[in-house]
Structures are given as structure tokens and as C-alpha cells.
Design a protein around this ligand. Structure first.
Ligand code: ZN
Length: 544
């Protein structure tokens, strides 16, 4: 084994200080009556189709938002104590904030998040569902329906927790805040985009101790089950390429139309991928260390590469070289590979309107998810370089330039080039612009366990609920959650779905597709986790 100090120390299971009423409340979670009750309450939430559509109009004008009123009413009727004892506020009409004031205002609050909206169910897929998507069917093990696992389960689990703690007479020292957005699935601008500034106004920079939102869950890999709270998120950008060429009759065309020029660029983009590499703060590197330390089937080759990496402290210069560890680890498949590699995908192309007219405008949109250690600028520079200079800054292993790159594209076709300068429609040009939802890589949450940190509390709570067979390892998200708006409220952001059903081992429960569902055991375990976590955070004398 490694001669290094352990890089994946596991905290002992963390239980809150006892209290008779509270112990009874926790035991109640394992009862038939709680199970049956929460099935009804979660199924009821699934029955309200809070779909958020990409083309939503303004709140108040687009009637499709109004379903959120029904959802808020449902919560009010279903969790009466929460609504009686907590301060409930709405932000931007449908954003919900609940504040449970703690007795010690010196302590920074615990923030629990979830979103009320769900991904729409396309009409074409409705028949493919085993049970209709908005009926909240319970089949004896699972609750079925859109939102059952993304993430009305989390929202209901949080409210169950607070309701039960109120019932048991609990009085927190540390305030508990609940913040529920309503358009996370369409980027969260109206919901979290308003909720976060609202809370920032109240609590200020780093004014929150910890935030837990939906996110990564549990995974069995290398013969070991891991809980993987997301402590990082990749960045995001779409690069829009617009090629403007002269129109005219297609019976007397130029050799290359705008579509042809755009295609040449697409080919150049796809000819080379971003390199896989692991900076020292990439959470996936921590996962590898955790695997090496705790997983029986961890590959020997990776262990060896980890050891040699630990010996040679990588410098900035080393990052430019081939990262053998990242390349080897990437062999596990694309889902793993893209935890340590910037992705590029040419997803949209439009151009041309008529068979007898040359296309005057061709647009290509290239989606990118940015690796830890890079920034959206990396993607801007690369696409720009393919249009305007002779070689890419990326030359993986210094490979030869392809013929496509031998001549700058813009020059080759006599086109002006506008790179992210605000000009997008000049005649005879290739222009690049970035999407407004461009997002830097999220700051990585600290994961110290040798001090009392929110991560140590979270990990200790996981092991309290699930036992010491579960290893907690830092996780990274390839997608973005509502937490993207909360970065300045706390350094301790976790994207974590704490529910897990050891027997069914059902992972993410078909989110965003047909047959979304959640096992009731998974859901009940999530309530257990939240109940212990809130109390553990209350007991914790945080050192960071
Ligand atoms: Zn979600």
C-alpha cells in the first residue's frame, strides 16, 4: 500500500446529542406509519405537473408558471407545522424561502435546497411510461413519476425533516433555511437567480455555513460502495459560430457555400479533443485516492500511477504534458472521462432556407463543459484559433497539423473574423460569440476531515445512517445545479442526494427520461439523513 499519509480518511459515524423526543422522532422514520405517510405526501407532489419549458415567457404572462401556485398550496396543506412555525417568504413570485430562526444568531445558518420544477414529459414519450408520469403510482417498492427522483423527493424529505423536528419540540441554535427554486431545469434564472441574491442581501458573503442541494448520490465501483457528495461542478459555455456569405442563385454558386465553410470548421473542431487531465483540486483525483485506499478491486495500474503522481508534485508545466493517470482513468468510459476533460459537442446547426438560394447565414452552436483547472476562455481560444491561426494551442502530444488547419479558415475564404467582440452579423465574416449562460468552473468545496468542517459533518452523517461500510469520497458534477448562483454565500456547497437503497442499488432513478422513479426506502433514508444532518450541524463547533 501507499507510503503516503491517507488521502481519504473516513470520519466515524456522527450522531447528534440525544434527547428522548428526538430519538423517538428518528425511530419513527423506520415505522410503517411514517413510510405510508410519506408515500402519500411524495406521490401527491409528483401529481402536480410543475414542468418548466425552455421557451417559458414572463411570470404573470405565461400561464404555464401558474401551476407553481398549486404546488405551493400543496406544500402549505401538507406540512402545516412548517408553515406555522417557520417564516415563509416568496421571492420572484414562486421562489420559496423558509427560515427557522436559531437561538444563536452568531452561528451561520444551514441551508437546504431543492427545486420545485421538473423536466417536461414530451407527448411522444407518454405511452412509453410503465405508469403515467403524473399519477404518482406506488407499486410496493417505488414511487413512479416525473420528479420522483429529480428532485421532489429531496424537497419533500427536507420538509418531512423540519415537520418532524418541530413535532418533537426541537429548537435549533443554528438557523435552518430552506430555499426552493422553480426553474432549475431551464437554468434557474428566475428561481435561484433571485433567491441567491435575496439571501445574500440578508446574510452577506460567506454568511451561510453550508448549503446542500440535489446532486451526486451513491455508486458501487471497484467493489466498494461510495457516497459521492458533489464538491465541484464543471464550467459551461456554448460557442456560437456565424458564417455570413453572399447569397445568390444556386445555379451560379461559389465553390463553397456558408454551409460548406461551417462544415470545414466543424471537422477541424472534431479532429482534436481536449486533453484529459487532473489538476490537484479535481475531486475525481480524491475519488481515485479513496479507491486506492478503500476499494478491494481498485485497478493496480491506477494505483501505480497514483503513487508516481504523489511522488512528483505536478507543476504548471507538467499539466501541459500528457497526464497518464487521467488517460488511464478515462478508460472507464465517457461518464468518467468527462470528469477530467473539457467536453465539446457540436449540437446545433442552422443555415439555408431554400434549394435555389445560397445560404447567407449559417450558425453552429458548440456546447462545452469545462474541466477543473480550465476556464471558458480555454474553449473561446481554441475555436478562435481554428478560424484564425495556423495551429491550435492544444496540439495533443504535438501532433502534426491536419491539412484543414494548415491555412487559417477565415483567410482561406477571404472572410473577416470577429472573435467575441460583439459583432456577429457583418457581411462576409465568421464571427464567434458566447452564450449568456457561460459559467466558470465552480470553486471546489473544502473536504478536510481532520477538523470539524461541514464536509466532515456531512460524511459522518452518511456513515451514521448507512454504516461504516460506505466510503464517502468527494464527487464532481458534469452538469450544473441551482447552486451556481450561491457561490458567494458559502464555500461549503454540496450537491448531494443523500437517499440510497442498499438492496435495490438504483442510482439516479431514470432522471430526465421515461420511468423516473424512486424507491421508498431510498426516500425514507434521505429523511433520516437530513434529520441527523440538521442536528449534527447544530452541534458542530465548526473550525472552517
Ligand atoms: Zn434536479
Amino acid at each position: 500500500m501507499s507510503v503516503q499519509a491517507p488521502k481519504c480518511a473516513q470520519p466515524t459515524p456522527l450522531f447528534p446529542t440525544t434527547g428522548d423526543e428526538l430519538d423517538r422522532a428518528y425511530e419513527h422514520l423506520s415505522s410503517e406509519s411514517f413510510r405510508n405517510g410519506t408515500i402519500v405526501r411524495l406521490a401527491g407532489a409528483v401529481r402536480i405537473p410543475t414542468e418548466s419549458f425552455d421557451n417559458m415567457g414572463a411570470i404573470g404572462e405565461d400561464k404555464r408558471w401558474d401551476i407553481m401556485y398549486d404546488f405551493a398550496d400543496y406544500l402549505k396543506n401538507t406540512f402545516p407545522k412548517v408553515h406555522k412555525h417557520l417564516k415563509a417568504e416568496t421571492v420572484n413570485t414562486h421562489g420559496l424561502v423558509y427560515t427557522w430562526e436559531g437561538s444563536n444568531s452568531e452561528l451561520k445558518p444551514t441551508l437546504l435546497m431543492a427545486h420545485q420544477d421538473v423536466v417536461p414529459v414530451p407527448d411522444a414519450t407518454k405511452d412509453a411510461w410503465t405508469h403515467p408520469p403524473f399519477e404518482g403510482v406506488y407499486d410496493g417498492s417505488y414511487i413512479w413519476g416525473r420528479g420522483a427522483s429529480d428532485c421532489k423527493n429531496q424537497l419533500i424529505a427536507i420538509l418531512e425533516t423540519v415537520e418532524l423536528l418541530l413535532d418533537a419540540g426541537y429548537k435549533p441554535k443554528r438557523s435552518v433555511i430552506l430555499s426552493f427554486g422553480f426553474d432549475e431545469e431551464i437554468s434557474g434564472r428566475e428561481g435561484a437567480g433571485h433567491l441567491a441574491p435575496f439571501l445574500f442581501e440578508r446574510y452577506g458573503k460567506d454568511g451561510i455555513a453550508v448549503a446542500v442541494d440535489e446532486g451526486a448520490t451513491f455508486e458501487k465501483v471497484w467493489g466498494q460502495t461510495f457516497a459521492k457528495p458533489g464538491v465541484g461542478e464543471k464550467g459551461y459555455t456554448d460557442v456560437h459560430v456565424v458564417v455570413r456569405m453572399p447569397g445568390g442563385h444556386s445555379s451560379i454558386p461559389s465553390d463553397h457555400t456558408g454551409i460548406g465553410v461551417a462544415s470545414e470548421l466543424i471537422q477541424a473542431i472534431e479532429a482534436e479533443q481536449y486533453p484529459a487531465h487532473l489538476t490537484s483540486d479535481n475531486p475525481y483525483l480524491s475519488q481515485l485516492y479513496c479507491g486506492a485506499e478503500h476499494a478491494p478491486d481498485f485497478p493496480k495500474k491506477l494505483s501505480k500511477l497514483l503513487k508516481s503522481r504523489a511522488k512528483s508534485q505536478p507543476t504548471c508545466a507538467a499539466h501541459k504534458k500528457v497526464d497518464k493517470l487521467a488517460i488511464e482513468a478515462s478508460k472507464a468510459g465517457p461518464a468518467t472521462q468527462y470528469l477530467m476533460q473539457t467536453s465539446q459537442a457540436v449540437d446545433v446547426i442552422t443555415g439555408g432556407v431554400k434549394v435555389n438560394a445560397l445560404p447567407e447565414r449559417t450558425e453552429v452552436i458548440v456546447n462545452h463543459r469545462i474541466n477543473v483547472g480550465e476556464s471558458p476562455q480555454t474553449a473561446f481560444d481554441r475555436v478562435a484559433s481554428l478560424v484564425s491561426i495556423r495551429k491550435t494551442p492544444y496540439g495533443i502530444s504535438g501532433s502534426l497539423l491536419t491539412p484543414l488547419q494548415a491555412e487559417p479558415l477565415a483567410k482561406k475564404y477571404g472572410l473577416a473574423f470577429h472573435a467575441f467582440d460583439g459583432t456577429t452579423e457583418a457581411p462576409l465574416s465568421i464571427s464567434l460569440s458566447k452564450s449568456p449562460n457561460t459559467l466558470a468552473v465552480a470553486p471546489v468545496t473544502p473536504t478536510d476531515v481532520d477538523v470539524v468542517s461541514p464536509y466532515a459533518v456531512l460524511a459522518g452523517t452518511v456513515r451514521a445512517v448507512y454504516g461504516e461500510d460506505i466510503v464517502v469520497a468527494p464527487g464532481i458534477m458534469t452538469g450544473n445545479t441551482d447552486t451556481r448562483y450561491y457561490w458567494n454565500l458559502t464555500k461549503n456547497i454540496f450537491r448531494f442526494g443523500p437517499g440510497y437503497d442498499v438492496e435495490l442499488d438504483d442510482g439516479l432513478g431514470n432522471i430526465h427520461t421515461v420511468d423516473e422513479k424512486v424507491s421508498v426506502t431510498n426516500h425514507v433514508n434521505a429523511v433520516k439523513w437530513f434529520m441527523l444532518f440538521v442536528r449534527n450541524m447544530d452541534d458542530a463547533e465548526l473550525e472552517i
